[in-house]
Design a protein around this ligand. Structure first.
Ligand SMILES: NC(=O)c1ccc[n+]([C@@H]2O[C@H](COP(=O)([O-])OP(=O)(O)OC[C@H]3O[C@@H](n4cnc5c(N)ncnc54)[C@H](OP(=O)(O)O)[C@@H]3O)[C@@H](O)[C@H]2O)c1
Length: 249
């Protein structure tokens, strides 16, 4: 893998992948919503600003990117408010746009651009939330479920085309916000961070069989692994989700 495109590059998983791949010497194009001044990109990373909620078609974005990178990792995500009312169609639709429609269209259009001899991979990020929806998570979970189906369609559309379209299904990530919330809670309860994390994982989803939040380095390792498999990974689902769906799915 020589070049990579990361969306959602200004925070969380996307920011970490951007830094890790830049550190490894890859040619990295990063997309985020923040202005350039506050995007805080590592040296050498080409940053493109785009608000997916406002993008109607991906033509201009694809032109700006200019080429199909070897690997595309769409990590941008919009999380709805926990107390969403489910009454505003435009609001509901915008989450589908950011979380499912734009990533699919962007990958589809970029893959169309590559030369037949270039192998390219698009590795979508799925979420364990699809297995257990409630008021606060249902809209988000449904956008990730849509993505789960769409990537399979894109994989079929890229059959026999020297490409691999796959999904990395993740469980709860060790992002800064979650780590700091758990640490604060641990102090309040007078227990260790490690004990409160185990408790959080058991309570958040009883199928989880891990004791730690999923770290960003392991996510990168999975992405590199899936990419290294080549076209045989087309349609693949790679799960680093702590067994979130239980035993039968
Ligand atoms: N967090 C978890 O525990 C977890 C668990 C399972 C799966 N996942 C998946 O992992 C991926 C990364 O999640 P995360 O929690 O690390 O994300 P995050 O920290 O919330 O970061 C979200 C990123 O998406 C960008 N973004 C948000 N709205 C956008 C828009 N309208 N247009 C363009 N970019 C937009 C943000 O850009 P700005 O900062 O510039 O606004 C930011 O870079 C997602 O696909 C998520 O579904 C996360």
């Amino acid at each position: 893998m020589k070049s990579v495109l990361i969306t959602g590059a200004t925070n969380g998983l996307g920011a970490s992948l951007t830094a890790q791949f830049a550190q490894a010497g890859l040619d990295v194009v990063a997309i985020g919503r923040k202005p350039h001044e506050s995007a805080n990109m590592p040296d050498g990373v080409r940053y493109i600003r785009a608000d997916f909620a406002k993008v109607d078609n991906v033509t201009d974005l694809v032109e700006e990117i200019g080429h199909c990178p070897d690997c595309i990792v769409p990590a941008a995500v919009a999380y709805p408010n926990q107390d969403i009312l489910f009454t505003d169609v435009a609001e509901l639709e915008s989450y589908y746009r950011v979380n499912a429609l734009i990533p699919t269209a962007l990958c589809g259009a970029l893959l169309e651009r590559r030369a037949p001899e270039q192998f390219a991979a698009a590795i979508f990020i799925g979420s364990e939330s699809t297995f257990a929806a409630h008021r606060g998570s249902a809209l988000y979970a449904s956008t990730k479920a849509a993505l789960r189906v769409l990537y399979q369609g894109l994989a079929d559309a890229n059959r026999s085309k020297n490409a691999a379209i796959s999904m990395l299904m993740l469980g709860p990530l060790a992002n800064e916000k979650k780590l700091s919330e758990l640490s604060t809670l641990a102090k309040e309860k007078g227990v260790s961070d490690s004990d409160i994390t185990k408790l959080f994982l058991r309570k958040s989803n009883r199928n989880l069989v891990i004791d730690e939040l999923i770290d960003f380095e392991s996510c990168r390792t999975c992405i590199e692994h899936v990419f290294a498999l080549g076209p045989i990974a087309n349609g693949m689902m790679c799960r680093l989700d702590g067994g979130s769906s239980g035993s039968l799915i």
